[in-house]
Design a protein around this ligand. Structure first.
Ligand code: MF3
Ligand code: CO
Length: 254
């Protein structure tokens, strides 16, 4: 299926879905502390999503067994919440969450420090988040899709980090994953021309070491091949003729 251009009505619904998700993320961020299990984060996440009238879109997606992906340290994405996995001081934890509201999907991820983390790790979190903002400088009508990919990649590699290649961002709307794929690393082609009304989930996954990843035996959890720690930052973004609208941030802006 081709890349969809959302109508004004659809954009309004995307805004609502994403605003609810932004609120869920804010609440989840407040509970990150040493001693909490990744299962508790998922349980609260599911409760918050349902309380605001949403439905968790990750739950049972291709058999994924939870509502929130909770990935710790060298886990890149799709960590499965567990009562046995307790966060401890100095860890980092990525929360990837999404919901459906009135038929429209939202998707966003944040990576948090657990208590105090060392300077190198703090920098990974800052750079990963900033790489998203470097990327969306090109998320506007008239630019090409892979301008975003290039901007994210070149910013991260400047710090010696590896940008994950096996997983990419995506279009989003009435489905969680729509066309186009949104790579976070340099591409040979320019990609499609961006147009107002496209909604994209842009989600750099950045490793302190090399870009290579592997899957654990649970067939979900993605970890870095070299064991280096990894961060993930994602928002659902609306392309316009001017500045992009970051739908899953409360203010819609930075
Ligand atoms: N943000 C992830 C993605 O875009 C969430 C999907 S994980 C799954 O693919 F659990 F839903 F599979
Ligand atoms: Co996504």
């Amino acid at each position: 299926m081709a890349v969809t251009i959302k109508s004004e009505r659809e954009i309004a619904l995307m805004r609502e879905s994403c605003r609810l998700l932004a609120h869920v993320h804010d609440r989840l961020g407040e509970m990150i502390r040493p001693g909490i299990s990744t299962w508790e984060i998922d349980a609260l996440g599911e409760k918050l999503i349902r309380e605001c009238g949403g439905v968790p879109n990750f739950l049972n997606y291709n058999g994924y067994p939870a509502s929130i992906c909770v990935s710790v340290n060298e886990e890149v994405v799709h960590g499965i919440p567990s009562k046995e996995r307790i966060l401890k001081e100095g860890d980092i934890v990525s929360l990837d969450a999404g919901l459906i509201y009135k038929g429209y999907h939202s998707d966003a991820a944040r990576t948090y420090p657990v208590g105090k983390v060392n300077d190198a790790v703090a920098r990974l979190l800052r750079v990963t988040r900033q790489s998203f903002f470097e990327g969306i400088k090109y998320a506007r009508e008239g630019c090409h899709l892979h301008d975003i990919s290039f901007a994210i990649d070149s910013y991260c590699t400047r710090y010696g980090y590896g940008v994950v290649r096996d997983l990419v961002g995506h279009g989003i709307g009435t489905k969680l994953h729509e066309e186009p794929q949104v790579p976070n690393f340099k591409q040979w082609r320019r990609g499609i021309k961006l147009r107002a009304g496209m909604t994209l989930a842009i989600e750099p996954m950045v490793n302190m070491g090399g870009w290579r990843v592997r899957w654990l035996d649970d067939d979900w959890t993605v970890v870095t091949q070299d064991g280096s720690w990894s961060a993930h930052y994602e928002n659902t973004v609306l392309i316009t003729k001017g500045e992009p609208e970051i739908l899953t941030l409360p203010s819609g802006m930075t």
